[in-house]
Ligand binder design. Sequence first.
Ligand code: XIL
Length: 375
Amino acid sequence: MKKLSLLILAGLAQLSFAQDMQLRKLIPNKNILIGATVNQWVVANDLGKPHYSKKASYKLVGERKHIDIECAIVPKEFNCLTAENCMKTEVISPEKGKFDFVLADQFMEYAEKYGMAVIGHAPMWHTQLAKWMCRDKDGNLVSKEELKKNIHDYIFTVYGRYRGRVKGWDVVNEAIEDDGSYRNNDFYKILGEEWIDWSFKCAMEADPNVELYYNDFSMAAPGRRATVVNLIKRLKSKGLRIDAVGMQTHIGMDFPKFKEYEKSMQAFIAAGVDIHLTETDISILPNPYTGADVATRFQYTPDKDPYKDGVPEKALKAWQKRYKDLFALVNKYSDHVKRVTFWGVTDATSWKNDFPIHGRTDYPLPFGRDGKFKL
Ligand code: XIL
């Protein structure tokens, strides 16, 4: 009974907040979740935890005042949340056999307070990866058996803890390269392609009712598109479940070509999965790199940081048009697109200010530094 009333309350909260979402005017199909990623300062600030940055494992981008602005925006403008960092393996399990759920639990509490759907991000990923997953104490790769056990135990513990509360997990993140080859990360070095299948098998068994996603960047690249399609077919042929493909959609003003992006949407839909835009942001800056591999960095030069003091009207218009074209695709395939999540809440705290070049001023999100809607 108590559970039922909580569910009803959560539903009501979602309804009352969802009504005002400004993005809904641009993405009218109510079946499409409109999500944001939040950092741990937003969460702790909202929950009134006294030292909001004490447990933080990542440096705060932006300033304290921006966190207040974001706290006011999130419950009004979104109905789905992804954790920016606190559900990654290096945060949840820095040491083998030990788990630290403080930040992830807070994130769940925050999302549930506002009746938001929750996306689990990103357990199996070569970046921000718990060291023990693939390497022993001396830094050597672990055996096949040990890696399988590590993946299994991690997934069962974490998915198990949030069973019934997380809507879907990015089971595997960024396992494929632009040219369609499998990324030669530690998982792959040990298990070959099978590391992906094993992760999905564990995920499916750990929480039979949760949605399972494969997530990656530069999804418009024809090589990656073809391998993702093959992967979906392979998983399905083995009786494994994959519900959607996550197209990260960290994109720019001149990449990708939306024609290629649309071809990927069509290919994934034809392969029998839904589509989620999982990490949407459109950088307005000139970019030396079209990918989103966190380890790839470039030197700062002032010519690559032209809008420190604001964006001229013409550039803003062009940027708005990019979003318009992206949303046109979302709406065209709205029977299959189930979620559009933005990677951040406002420009102030966006990771794009530091990626792929540190210390720039970017404007990639629908909400500006002052909290105003820009689309
Ligand atoms: C980023 C976060 O936004 C940063 O705070 C962190 O320092 C690095 O990771 N693809 C992903 C996300 O799947 O998890 C990354 O998030 C951005 C690229």
